[in-house]
Design a protein around this ligand. Structure first.
Ligand code: CU
Length: 303
């Protein structure tokens, strides 16, 4: 073995060791249900019919692409190998075959229509936000989300949802040691919704463009200042689901996760009661303060 190959062998062994070290220490996290999985290659596990349709479409399109790829390259490589000059192949001398030209115009046309029909159906379903059971406004702020329950059970509830402070501290200290599975995805106040109900999300923003996205629900909608856009989902199972702002919105873009908690109908009703009870004393206090102000107002006007 010469010196150079010895050097490369050493280098390769070193790299493998370093890689093994990296994978075992840096990825000591587990799959996060409703969020990303370790070494995930495909889309998130769907939690809505729309997300399942998107995943099926994705596979369907990939299979068609693969078949076309194998067929085209198969014919090409077969021709190159079998019809080469060194085998004594004599080239054919025909051109302008009407039959072939019609075939290669029609075949892609049929394939495209075949792909467009299911894709169009899904895109239309994604855009249909009518007849929602619950309407929630999601406002993107630098760098947190504001949720206002506008219509349906829980109407009037509103709160701000920010990254869990523990995670911020972990990130500031260089993300060392044992990391939680929901690292940078956990928030203080998750968006709470009932299972099996059509939830319409209205998106807007107060400063720059953000994007409200939850991969397991198959939704992603830009939140644009001064504009109102909407999307919808109907979660088919309870649990925690995670997404992130998906429009680069400034230096804390990575620190404004979307955390949706899907509850059973009964649990959701209980959560609404709890939220209303929390808000009630505050509202009463505000009303009292307003009443005092009104009572004092005429006196100051008289001066
Ligand atoms: Cu953002």
């Amino acid at each position: 073995m010469n010196k150079l190959s010895q050097h490369w062998k050493k280098f390769a062994n070193g790299s493998i060791a370093a890689l093994a070290g990296l994978t075992s220490s840096a990825y000591a996290v587990n799959d996060l249900p409703g969020g990303p999985a370790v070494r995930q290659l495909n889309l998130h596990v769907p939690a809505t019919k729309l997300a399942a349709d998107q995943a099926n479409l994705h596979v369907f399109m990939m299979v068609i692409c693969l078949v076309i790829f194998v067929a085209v390259f198969g014919v090409m490589f077969y021709s190159i190998l079998k019809h080469r000059k060194s085998l004594g192949h004599k080239p054919a001398h025909f051109h302008e075959s009407v039959k072939v030209e019609i075939a290669w115009t029609l075949a892609p046309f049929i394939i495209v229509i075949f792909m467009a029909i299911p894709a169009t159906k899904t895109v239309i379903a994604q855009k249909d936000t009518s007849n929602a059971d619950l309407t929630i406004k999601a406002t993107g702020h630098q760098w947190r989300w504001g949720y206002d329950y506008i219509k349906g059970e829980g109407e009037g509830i509103s709160f701000i949802s920010s990254l869990d402070n523990e995670h911020r501290i972990l990130s500031n200290s260089g993300a060392k040691g044992d990391m939680p599975d929901d690292y940078l995805l956990k928030v203080d106040n998750p968006l709470v919704v009932p299972v099996g109900k059509k939830i319409r999300i209205i998106t807007t923003a107060s400063d720059v463009i953000h994007s409200f996205a939850v991969p397991s629900f198959g939704i992603k909608q830009d939140a644009i200042p001064g504009f109102v856009r909407d999307t919808h989902f109907l979660a088919e199972r309870t649990g925690m689901f995670y997404g992130q702002c998906q429009e680069l919105c400034g230096k804390e873009h990575a620190y404004m996760p979307i955390n949706v908690q899907v509850l059973s109908e009964a649990d959701y009703a209980a959560w609404v009661q709890k939220k209303k009870a929390e808000a009630a004393p505050a509202t009463a206090k505000n009303d009292a303060a307003a009443a005092t102000q009104v009572a004092q107002a005429p006196a100051s006007v008289k001066k």
